[in-house]
Design a protein around this ligand. Structure first.
Ligand code: SAH
Ligand code: SF4
Length: 407
């Protein structure tokens, strides 16, 4: 594969997040109502104001109160005094030769003087759809041995607003808001997958609230059937994902025996294969029209034998399932190699013969390290002093190419 040199673009969002008031993005309708009541908006207006704001934020994509010109000037000023609706800060945007786009996003800092942590979101355009891969945590507490994010400590969970903020950034960059000449039928972001950084079921409430807002028919309006949550197998939360969220489910399976899966996905020691597959069989709403996707990363000599393929189809018998074979995406220092292409094809044949249309997921955006499992932010847990010294040294040697860092 020929790799082109990634072009780092200047930040797209001009203004840094306003830290003066709470950000309204990510609040539920009830939360918005409470926030408005809190600044003295009369009770009888609350419903109408919530609807208006919802429309401005999620249908129109406004990112400043000034754009809400159908509100009185006074009301706009009052809102701006108490709240913010700023976008997350884009540190860099990269475009792959295959059209994939990756944003490195800085979240608001919770420690004065220390830059906020970073996450990545990736947009993958395909012929009839466009998928946005979002992060749910900065880093991950789990340590899957083939995953780059797994080498990074958990810094923190993302808030609902920070999860939604990734979609807003993508829609801004793709020019997808009304007024851009695009109508709802030819949307660019048609699907969302929680396959970026982090384990979404360890940030359940925030992921649930974000999905509720993203799928709200009066706003971003992306159906829950087009939103897929991928989990490494947090068994106790799987049923709740079906009942309380109702989105599509993907399971990072990767191994067909406990022995192999223990090695690849150490969470398997806590929730072994049998428990995981039982939870899948009982997934609320499971049907042929609503299948579970099983992800299987192809690791040379580790899990890619034809015996593994046969075992895989046996294990999934009776579960309405799709199988995604993912060529392993290497990262610096990764202890595995991707299976040979011929082996992936033979493996896929076994799976296909068992009746699964198992697309081998073509790696996208490899040249900008945007493929599955390659995501890792530069932020690690460091003391304020360490960060300060590091930034200062960078600034002094003029190497801090990412911009936006204030000393
Ligand atoms: N934590 C969740 C979601 C994020 S990982 C989970 O584990 O499911 C998203 C997907 O990328 C998972 O299927 C994961 O197993 C896969 N993945 C991780 N590292 C990878 C790599 N280096 N190459 C290919 N796929 C990888
Ligand atoms: Fe975390 Fe998923 Fe990576 Fe495992 S594969 S370390 S659960 S992000």
């Amino acid at each position: 594969m020929t790799l082109d040199i990634p072009q780092t673009q200047p930040p797209v969002s001009a203004s840094p997040p306003n830290l003066t008031g709470p950000n309204l993005i990510g609040m539920t309708r009830e939360g918005l109502g409470d926030a408005l009541r809190g600044i003295g908006i009369p009770d009888k207006q609350i419903r109408m104001r919530v609807s208006q704001l919802w429309h401005f934020l999620y249908s129109k994509g406004h990112s400043s109160f000034d754009e809400m010109t159908t509100l009185s000037r006074d009301l706009r000023a009052t809102l701006a005094r108490h709240f913010s609706i700023d976008r997350l800060e884009i540190v860099t945007e990269q475009k792959s030769s295959d059209g994939t786009r990756k944003w490195l996003i800085r979240l608001p800092s919770d420690r004065p003087g220390v830059p906020g942590p970073e996450v990545e979101a990736v947009y993958i355009p395909e012929e009839n759809r466009g998928t946005l891969c979002v992060s749910s945590q900065v880093g991950c507490t789990l340590t899957c041995t083939f995953c780059h994010t797994g080498t990074q400590k958990l810094v923190r969970n993302l808030t609902p607003g920070e999860i939604i903020g990734q979609l807003l950034i993508a829609r801004d960059a793709l020019g997808e808001w009304p007024g851009s000449g695009r109508n709802n039928e030819d949307r660019l972001v048609t699907n969302i997958v929680f396959m970026g950084m982090g384990e979404p079921l360890y940030n359940f409430d925030n992921v649930r609230d974000a999905i509720e807002i993203i799928s709200d028919g009066e706003g971003l309006s992306l159906s829950k059937r087009r939103i897929t949550l991928s989990t490494s197998g947090v068994v106790p939360m799987i049923e709740k994902t079906g009942t309380d969220i109702g989105c599509m489910l993907a399971i990072s399976l990767h191994g067909v025996t406990d022995e192999i899966r223990d090695r690849l996905v150490p969470l398997n020691k806590k929730y072994p294969l049998k428990e995981l597959l039982d939870a899948c069989r009982n997934f609320p709403g499971l049907s042929n029209a609503r299948r579970i996707t099983f992800e299987y990363v192809m690791l040379k000599g580790v899990n890619d034998s034809l015996a593994d393929a046969k075992k895989l189809v046996q294990l999934l018998a009776g579960i309405p399932a799709k199988i995604n074979l993912i060529p392993f995406n290497p990262w610096p220092g990764s202890p595995y190699e991707c299976s040979d292409w011929a082996q992936i094809e033979k493996f896929a044949d076994v799976v296909n013969r068992a009746g699964y249309a198992s697309p081998v997921r073509t790696p996208r955006g490899r040249d900008i390290m945007a493929a599955c499992g390659q995501l890792k932010s530069e932020t690690i847990k460091k003391s304020a002093g360490e960060l300060f010294r590091e930034r200062k040294a960078n600034a002094a040697s003029n190497e801090d190419a990412r911009g936006g860092v204030q000393l």
